[in-house]
Write a protein that binds this ligand. Sequence first.
Ligand code: PLP
Length: 455
Amino acid sequence: MLSKKATCNSHGQDSSYFLGWQEYEKNPYDPITNPSGIIQMGLAENQLSFDLLESWLASHPDAIALKQDGAFLFRELALFQDYHGLPAFKNALTEFMSEIRGNKVGFDPDKLVLTAGATSANETLMFCLADPGDAFLLPTPYYPGFDRDLKWRTGAEIVPIHCSSANGFKITKPALEDAYQRAAKRKLRVKGVLITNPSNPLGTTMTRDELDILINFIASQNIHLISDEIYSGTVFDFPGFISVKEVIKGRDDVSDKVHIVCSLSKDLGLPGFRVGAIYSNNNGVIAAATKMSSFGLISSQTQYLLSVMLSDKEFTRKYIAENKRRLAKRQQMLINGLEDAGIGCLNSNAGLFCWVDMRHLLKSKTFEGEMELWKKILYEVGLNISPGASCHCQEPGWFRVCFSNMSEDTLNLAMQRLKSFVDSGRHRTARSSNSMPFFAKWVRRLSPSERKSER
Ligand SMILES: Cc1ncc(COP(=O)(O)O)c(C=O)c1O
C-alpha cells in the first residue's frame, strides 16, 4: 500500500536511541507524580537559560506582538513567503554566528540559506551534493539522527570513519584513508566528509591539526566537507572552538567545497522554533539549496521575533557568556556524580552531554553486553541514556549522558540512582582494572592548575 520510501528502514527509528525516548514517554519521571519514573538523559536539550530568554521577551513585548515602532507588522508578516528569508533576520543571524565564533570570522548573509533546523540543512546539503548511492564519510561515534537525516529520503550512504578511545576519538589521516578505501571496495562514490564540531556525542571540539588533516584530505580527493557546527555556542572550557571557516581562510582550493550547518536549537535552546541554516561559498549550492528550502521554511513570525532578539547585541553577548557558565557548572556536576559511582568520561569542553565510559560495568565486552547494561540502566535504574552502538561507536561500553535538560535536583537523583546500582553490584561485573591505564589520560579531568599551565 505504501511507497518503498515510506516503508524502508533506513530511517533508523528502531535504534536504541529512539527506543529509549519511547520508554521514557511511557513512564516519565516527575518529582511529585512519578518519583520512580525514568529520567530522560538521552535528549540533548539546553534548558539552562530559559529565564534569560523569558526576561528578554518580557521586556520586549512589541517583538512578540509583531509590532515595530508601535505599528503592527502582522499583515506584512502573514503574507511574507519569500524563500530567501527576511533580510533583517539573515543579517542578525550572521552577526550572531560571528559573535559565537569570537568574531574571528565574518559571514555574508547572501551566502546563507535558511532551513527548518539543522535536520533540514543537513538533508538539503545531501540532496545538493550526493546522488542516491553516493557516500559521505562520517567520524564515529556520530549523532544517531544522521542515519535518518542524511540517508533516508536522499538515498545517500554513510561510511564510518572509525575513531577510537586510544587517542580520544580524534580523526587521523589513516582513519580517513581507511574509510575512503572501504567505500571504494563497496563501489560507492565518495562525495564528501561530514563532521560535527563540537562533536555530538563526544562533547569535544576539533583541534587545528584535525581540521587541517580534513581540509588537506578533501582537497586531495576533490570532495566536499560539511561541518555541522550546531553546538558552536556551547563551548564552555579550554581549548576553544575553531570553526572550519577560520581554517579555510586563504585556501582558495577548497573554499567552494566547505559548507557549514548552523542552528539555534542548541545555542539558544530553541529546537521547537525550527531555525537552521546552510552557509556556503558555493554559488551553485546556495542557489539549489535556496530553491529546496521551500520544503522547510522558517515561519515569518519566528524570523521576525528572532531578528529583534539577535540584533540586541548586549543581550546576545550576555546570554552566550552566562549560558556557557551554566553549562560548565552542569557538566562538572555530572562528572562529579559519575566519579562518585566510579565511572569516568572523556575529557570534554562543549556540548550538552558527556561521553561516558562504562566498559568496566559490562558483563561481556560486546555490543550484546552493552545492550544488556543499557536495558538495566533504563528499566532498573530508571535512566534513559544513549548507548554507544546507537552512535555507531566501534567499542562497546560507551554511553552518551545529557546534563542540561533537567533540574539540578533531578541530575543529583540520577547520580544517586546510578551510584546505588553500581555499589549493589547489580551489573554483575567485577571492575576490570586493565582497561583503565591505556585510557586513563583521556578520562582524567585536568586539575585547575594543570588547566592553567595548558592554556
Ligand atoms: C549534530 C546534530 N545535528 C543536527 C541536529 C538536529 O538539530 P535541529 O533541531 O536544528 O534540527 C542535532 C540535534 O540533536 C545534532 O545533534
